[in-house]
Design a protein around this ligand. Structure first.
Ligand code: ZN
Length: 204
């Protein structure tokens, strides 16, 4: 799992991989259980809650697959909203409305729990199968409210979104190890072939 988003909502969107402008070529979420594993890995859900939800999902497969469809549907509109912001355009009112609707539901299932600094929404005792989605929705709302949304960017080579926290806002790649390295290599190969071509052209 590549966690390059710097934000829970963007990491959720980044569970789908693919080139920057091409089709999706991979998906880490293939069913309801994947959603639970992802939440466990991200630390948004404890082991006991994940086990309890897995049991409920087994007993109610139709509800579980509806919850899964709901989550991947939310992933699509979150992708649309944040990719639009990354292009420095305004997301459509209909997309914002979808987020607002889910944010309202997420609060309905939350309780206000003490945190170190104050209080925060907490879904630890939520037994609704959509529970894995709610922290993601709140993270998206937090990112939209506190931003700065101008720091949301898309990788120059793939579909990953991230929050650019670099000092001069110059981050272009999801990670230097992946897309950054590939781009560097391409530039190097291009430069070398240009210099070879000009060397050949210079020959008598
Ligand atoms: Zn990338």
């Amino acid at each position: 799992m590549h966690l390059v988003g710097g934000d829970l909502a963007l990491d959720f969107v980044n569970t789908q991989t693919g080139p920057a402008d091409g089709p999706v070529d991979g998906d880490a979420l293939d069913g309801y259980d994947d959603l639970l594993s992802w939440s466990r890995q991200m630390g948004t859900m404890g082991e006991r809650q994940a086990e309890a939800l897995a049991l409920i999902a087994q007993a109610r497969p139709a509800t579980a697959s509806a919850a899964f469809r709901k989550a991947v549907g939310a992933r699509s509109y979150l992708r649309e909203i944040f990719a639009t912001l990354a292009r420095q355009q305004e997301p459509s009112a209909s997309m914002l409305d979808l987020l607002r609707g889910d944010a309202a539901s997420s609060v309905r299932y939350a309780r206000l729990a003490r945190t170190a600094e104050g209080f925060g929404w907490d879904w630890a005792i939520c037994d609704d199968l959509r529970a894995p989605l709610w922290p993601v929705i709140q993270a998206a709302v937090d990112l939209m409210r506190s931003g700065p949304v101008t720091s949301v960017k898309q990788c120059g080579a793939c579909r990953f979104l991230f929050v650019d926290t670099s000092k001069n806002g110059s981050r272009r790649w999801c990670s230097m190890e992946d897309c950054g390295k590939t781009a560097k290599m391409r530039r190097y190969v291009a430069r070398r072939s240009v210099s070879r071509a000009s060397a050949r052209a210079g020959r008598p």
